[in-house]
Every structure is written in C-alpha cells, then in structure tokens.
Design a protein around this ligand. Structure first.
Ligand SMILES: Nc1ncnc2c1ncn2[C@@H]1O[C@H](COP(=O)(O)OP(=O)(O)OP(=O)(O)O)[C@@H](O)[C@H]1O
Ligand code: SF4
Ligand SMILES: [Mg+2]
Length: 331
C-alpha cells in the first residue's frame, strides 16, 4: 500500500536574488515498508524535498508553491502540503508518523543537554510516559541502536560521542515515536566507511523489524545499491529517473544517471569521484529546456524544450527525450 505520494511538488525559496525553484515538479511514491533512495549531486533539492514533507521549510523563505504530499497517517490520509507547518496536525505527524535524521547531526543535537535528556524530551512530547519510564525507553532505544552501556552514555553530552555514535543517537531519537516512515538525510556523510556500513546495516535491521519505510537521501549510488529497493534520481530540483535499485546499476536510462554511475570509483573505495563533465548550473541559471542539457553529450535541438516523464514500464520512468518512442510504445 502507498504510504507517501508526492505529486507535482514545487517548493520555492524566496531569496535575495529572487525566487529559487529548489524543487520543481517532483512526483514519487513510497510504499509501506519500502526503502527508496534519493540520489543526486549537491544542491539538486534532496533536502528541500525532505523538509517539504516534514513541514520544516525555513519560515518566510521556503514555501510549498504547488503540489500534493499525500501521507497515509495513523488517523487517515492527509495532504501534508495543505497543513500549517507549525500547526497541531504537522506536529503530530512529526511526532508520531514520520521521523527524520538530519544531515548535520551536530546542529540537530543540542550541545547543552545530555543525549538522554534530548531523547526523553522527544519521547515525552508525544506520549504521556512518566519521566522515569521515558528514561527507561531512551536507554532501550540507545541500546537498540548499538550504544554500549546506554545508562551511562545517556548521561553524557553530544561532544562526548563520536560522529558514528551521534548518528546512532539521532536514529534513536527519530525512532522514539515509532514512525511509519523514516527520512534519513545523508546519514553517513560525516563518518568513515566502516561506520557507514554499520549505520546502513542498522537502518536496514530497524526498518525490517518495525516494518518502517525508509527514504534514504544520499549522493552515493553505492549506498543505494546496498539497501534500497527503488531509487529516485534528482537533478536541479527535478526527478530525472525513477527505477529499481538493481536496474540503476544494470540498465541506467537517463544520461545523468549514467554519468553518476560512470563516476563511481570502481573498487568501491572512496577515492575522488571522476565528475560528470561540467558543473550543475547555479539555481538561478536554470536552463529553459532539459536541465541537464548543458552537460549532456546526447543533447539535440529537441532538448531546448523540457522533456516530460516517459514511462518505460511499471518500474522505470525517465524524463529525457531519448525515450520519446518508449512513450508511444507503452501508452
Ligand atoms: N535555507 C536556504 N535558503 C536559500 N536557499 C536554499 C536553502 N536551503 C537550500 N537552498 C537551495 O535550494 C536548492 C536545493 O538545496 P538542497 O539543500 O535541497 O540540496 P541537496 O540536494 O540536499 O544538496 P546536498 O547534497 O548538498 O545536501 C539549492 O539551490 C540550495 O542552494
Ligand atoms: S532530454 Fe536531451 S539534454 Fe536532457 S538528458 Fe535527455 S538527451 Fe540529454
Ligand atoms: Mg541536502
């Protein structure tokens, strides 16, 4: 069953230079218990998409300009795009239905409170557990995410935790409400490869044991290959390809996806990526046609017009004129 359905989402940021279309007509779905990877280079709109879902856009700057974010909440399906981000419905969604692990663990953990106190606060915000019971639950959660001696660790401040342990603590906090969807925004960028593998394994275990869906944001296709069922590839605020995690490696369709794949280090080592030729244009220099056209070796005249999304089959859709025939064949 569909848990989250984002349709035609446009999120605008009103900045000094004008209106920035950070998310520009994005559509995708996440089924119950599914892991969906969201990939793309820096600035393509991954975090803004996540913040739009959570109702956590910066006030007065960020705005959902159009689109639907339908979510099958415990109390019934809601369009999150229509809710007041600060109102009780969104607070309830954030407290009970959707958990999020943010890209910057140090900015989401408060340095002046102990780890335990912060998890207890998250628990007590949305439940009527006593303080003692909430502490017990916090310790259980810390233990579950792999933190040894949880009773002692809970009394420590974030600075006493390593990067990997902070990420584990963030996961514990996000799980405190038993969410049906966990959004993890680049949960492993700040940690080394060994810790990354452990955190990914932990996320996978947790989602299985809780039948939780996972939206995993990353700029690393290898991470997607490790744990995702499906993948959404974003470029300059748009979804350019939606496919399965297996196919993205075996049969990538969009020239940008192919470029991302070609830039992966072949031995799985974290060497510097061979970048796709050219750089992402600034958000205010969005090309009029296909956003990837300035970097695309296969661009033609047609690409001066924005390509629609062509459905190749039940699993794969691509926004690229190269697949125009596929549409005709499968309409
Ligand atoms: N608070 C903000 N104010 C103004 N512009 C912003 C803000 N946050 C994001 N943007 C802009 O919105 C666009 C999308 O940014 P977003 O953070 O979603 O990218 P991302 O895909 O998450 O990148 P990264 O991989 O670096 O995290 C970018 O052009 C970015 O500069
Ligand atoms: S639409 Fe054209 S420019 Fe865009 S990715 Fe496809 S071939 Fe390249
Ligand atoms: Mg981001």
């Amino acid at each position: 069953m569909t848990l989250l359905s984002v349709q035609g989402l446009h999120t605008h940021y009103h900045v000094e230079q004008g209106t920035l279309r950070a998310v520009d007509d994005v559509s995708f779905e996440i089924a119950e218990g599914e892991t969906v990877g969201v990939v793309g280079e820096s600035g393509c709109g991954k975090s803004v998409t996540a913040r739009s879902i959570m109702g956590l856009l910066p006030r007065r700057i960020g705005e959902i300009a159009a689109g639907e974010i339908r979510f099958a909440a415990r109390g019934g399906t809601l369009d999150l795009a229509q809710q007041d981000p600060l109102g009780p419905v969104m607070r309830d969604i954030r407290g009970n239905d959707i958990g999020m692990i943010f890209q910057e663990p140090m900015t989401s953990l408060n340095p002046v409170y102990t780890i335990g106190a912060q998890i207890v606060e998250a628990i007590r915000l949305h439940s009527d557990l006593s303080k003692a019971d909430a502490w017990a639950k916090a310790e259980q959660l810390l233990e579950r995410v792999g933190i040894n001696e949880p009773a002692r660790r809970a009394k420590q401040y974030p600075h006493a935790f390593s990067g990997g342990m902070r990420q584990r603590a963030m996961i514990a906090m996000a799980l405190s409400s038993d969410p049906r969807l966990l959004i993890a925004d680049e949960p492993t960028t700040a940690v080394d490869v060994t810790v990354e593998a452990q955190i990914l394994a932990l996320l996978e275990e947790l989602k299985r044991e809780r039948n939780m869906a996972l939206m995993l944001i990353t700029h690393d296709l290898n991470v997607v290959g490790e744990i995702a069922d499906r993948v959404i590839v974003m470029y300059l605020g748009r979804v350019v390809e939606t496919t399965t995690a297996a196919r993205v490696f075996d049969d990538p369709k969009h020239p940008y996806t192919r470029g991302l794949l070609a830039s992966l280090p072949s031995l799985g080592r974290r060497t510097r990526l061979t970048p796709i030729e050219g750089t992402v244009p600034g958000p205010h220099q969005r090309p009029a046609g296909c956003p990837f056209a300035p970097r695309c070796a296969q661009a033609t005249e047609k690409c001066n017009t924005q390509p629609p999304t062509f459905r190749i089959d039940a699993e794969t859709s691509v926004a690229c004129w190269l697949y125009d025939d596929a549409e005709a064949g499968h309409a």
